[in-house]
Design a binder for this molecule. Sequence first.
Ligand code: ADP
Length: 221
Amino acid sequence: MVELKNVSVTYQNGVEALHNVNLTIHDEEFAFVVGESGAGKSTLIKLLIKEIDATSGSVKVNGFDLGKLKQKDVPKLRRTIGFVFQDFKLINTMNVYDNVAFVLRSIDAPLKYIRKRVPYVIGLVGLKDKMKAYPTEMSGGEQQRVALARALVNDPKLIIADEPTGNLDPKTSIEIIQLLQGINQCGTTVLMVTHEHELVKRFGGRTISILDGQIKFDDII
Ligand code: ADP
């Protein structure tokens, strides 16, 4: 669950990027966050992963009170969140299997678990036959599927997808959102940031619109 209460963020240069934001996203919800460039979307995401702190107000994510969370415990918070980025951020020298396994290896997961879990999530995103392929041999849509598998592999409570369709054609974008919806239906909360209003309209659902650092609209469309 994500809960922001009276949250404002002012950067050191005096820009107030978020102003008195109140927002609750319950477990198992799917929400779009929309807004033009400069609206405050990235600031919101940075808050949720404690890359920055609120100037005032409280932020709670997956049971962590971020105002009280010590820096040394931030990895614990981040392990409950899976990320998907616009530019995929895959490691080009690793094949699909290793790109996904990397996450579990970095937290010293047992080898037996890795060998079971990694093929499972790669299968979930429809890439079972591409396990040994390298990112440079794959289409954008396939690469984003790998990124989705990587986000999922540690069984996060929340997936934050930051403009995940920004580099994809319309058809592939729809496939990626459908995959995210499937993941959501299996119980993972999904927060998808996008500026593509057409996609949001097509899928509908909870849509949080940010304008000038404030929530202008938060409803089901
Ligand atoms: P979005 O992701 O919607 O494009 P941002 O959250 O990046 O919006 O930016 C919100 C506002 O905060 C903008 O006016 C931007 O210029 C400003 N801003 C973002 N990051 C910083 C920073 N590190 N220092 C100062 N101002 C920033």
